[in-house]
Design a protein around this ligand. Structure first.
Ligand code: NAD
Length: 497
């Protein structure tokens, strides 16, 4: 097995492509500008990345439009498109080490997480949607003799994708795979905090036989390149994963431009409810800890609100802290033994620390971390933090933190637990721990969340539609239905008589 030294050796020899990827090749930004890409574990610059803006978005959209018009992708036989996406999945596997290094150096995620979670999920997503391509069927409806009515599904056109930094490649592929499978051409604007792996994927698409211009990547800042993509009149659909605040802006940009479709996967504040009859407290503690501290809490569905029956509360807090201390040790993310990397940036670390400080001044009690942040030395590291004594009026309970910070609140009755869980602007995910099937079924029905886990947390596969209720978004990634969301139906009524 490879150790830290092996990964560090590979990292030192890594050839990092820093251009935009338009019309099948790396190019500089029209303005010639670049931005610094930092390794958050060391605060060192790892690349100077081309900084695209309106002009580059225009170029990339024009390239995608041209590819759309001449049919170089959408007119290929479905099996041919499928085989190109399957080859791309194979190439991702072949380049696992390189892509994992890019992800770890760029956003600080522990290398073992990238190898065990991100890359396999990227490969599965590409294969799943490739396999769906020739399973899309239209319809013929019942009509009078002498007429024929067909319903067919067609690609939308140019899809703009704007993605976040917490699972850079995986979040992008959740969108790219169905958009490309459906026959669209894509312009992707990855998060500026972690853009490197997505640009490399675009090159791999061409290596797999994908025609130039079908999948373009424009790196750049959100309010410049992202906004230009969202306002572009030739973009038919915008698919977004990121914060609720930016999601709301995008809805406005669509209204100001061409009324493009806007699919949003946004923030979360997911409750994990532990009922008094749960059958294995250690299992619940183990999964609850992972639910909030994996990926340093930088997870949209992070189970940040622990709602624990009062009969279990004190015992739970004790075991939760012990398990968090044992399981999550900060370290060099290139070390396969590291379980807690840095936050994505010093800015994000400071944002999270400010939320912690606010919670303390609001009266919440830190029972793990919080009081003495480790701000010494390089790297955007932050220790896990757990609060008790918080209530639903406090910002730490209401607002998304996007860091390793949990609150534990006690409840007395099921009704109270559900009321606390649903008292949120968000509705991405929730979990319930109970030994009683009837309780589980009742609570799943009452929880306002797009995804509910029973006696587990974070489980799922490609068949699971992923997305939220309320201000957590308006669409679903994964599952074959998401493929149809990148298509439009055409009704054709034939008068045959
Ligand atoms: P963010 O909203 O700040 O940025 C997301 C993307 O939007 C980036 O590419 C950014 O450059 C771009 N952007 C920023 N301002 C823009 C603008 N004015 N116009 C167009 N684009 C703009 O979010 P983030 O900090 O990168 O990611 C964290 C957020 O993402 C959290 O809120 C998290 O919950 C959410 N998220 C949601 C899911 C989900 O599936 N629901 C998954 C992962 C992350």
């Amino acid at each position: 097995m490879m150790g830290r030294e092996d990964w560090a050796g590979l990292a030192s020899r890594l050839d990092i492509a820093s251009g935009l990827f338009i019309e099948g090749q790396y190019v500089n930004a029209r303005s010639g500008k670049t931005f610094d890409c930092l390794n958050p574990a060391t605060d060192q610059i790892i690349a100077k990345v081309a900084q695209g803006d309106v002009a580059d978005i225009d170029l990339a959209v024009a390239s995608a439009q041209a590819a759309l018009r001449d049919g170089r992708w959408r007119s290929l036989a479905p099996r041919t498109r499928a085989s190109i996406l399957l080859r791309l999945a194979d190439l991702v596997e072949v380049h696992t080490q390189e892509l994992a290094l890019l992800e770890t150096l760029d956003m600080g995620k522990p290398i073992s997480d990238v190898l065990n979670i991100d890359i396999p999920e990227v490969v599965n997503t590409l294969r799943y949607f490739a396999e769906c391509i020739d399973k899309i069927e239209g319809g013929v409806t019942a009509t009078p003799v002498g007429t024929l009515h067909t319903i067919t599904h067609e690609p939308l056109g140019v899809v703009g994708a704007i993605t976040p930094w917490n699972y850079p490649l995986m979040m992008a592929v959740w969108k790219l795979a169905p958009a490309l499978a459906a026959g669209n051409c894509v312009v992707l604007k990855p998060a500026e905090q972690a853009p490197l792996s997505c640009t490399r994927l675009a090159q791999l698409f061409v290596d797999a036989g994908g025609p130039p211009g079908v999948f373009n990547v424009v790196n750049g800042l959100g309010p410049e390149a992202g906004k230009a993509l969202a306002l572009h009149p030739d973009v038919a659909k915008l698919t977004f994963t990121g914060s609720t605040a930016v999601g709301k802006l995008l809805l406005g940009y669509a209204g100001q431009s061409n009324m493009k479709r806007v699919a949003l996967e946004t923030g979360g504040k997911s409750p994990q409810i532990l009922m008094p009859d749960l059958y294995d407290l250690d299992a619940a503690v183990d999964r609850a800890v992972g639910g909030i501290f994996d990926n340093a809490g930088q997870v949209c569905n992070a189970g940040s609100r622990l709602l624990v029956h009062q009969s279990l509360h004190d015992e739970f807090v004790q075991r939760f802290i012990a398990r968090a201390q044992q399981a999550y040790q900060t370290g060099d993310p290139l070390d396969p033994a590291t379980t807690l990397g840095p936050m994505v940036s010093q800015t994000q670390r400071q944002n999270v620390q400010a939320r912690i400080d606010q919670a303390i001044s609001d009266g919440a009690k830190p029972v793990l971390g919080g009081l003495s942040p480790d701000t010494q030395g390089a790297g955007a590291y932050l220790q896990p933090c757990v609060f008790t004594g918080a209530d639903n009026t406090m910002r730490i309970v209401r607002e998304e933190v996007f860091g390793p910070v949990a609150t534990v609140q006690a409840f007395e009755t099921e009704e109270q637990a559900l009321a606390m869980a649903n008292d949120s602007d968000y509705g991405l995910a929730a979990s319930v721990w109970t030994a009683d099937l009837k309780t589980a079924h009742r609570m799943v029905g009452a929880l306002q969340a797009g995804v509910v886990w029973v006696n587990c947390f974070g489980d799922g596969d490609m068949t699971q539609p992923f997305g939220g209720y309320k201000q957590s978004g308006n669409s679903r990634d994964k599952h074959k239905d998401s493929l149809l969301s990148y298509m439009q139906t055409k009704s054709a009524w034939f008068q045959l008589g």
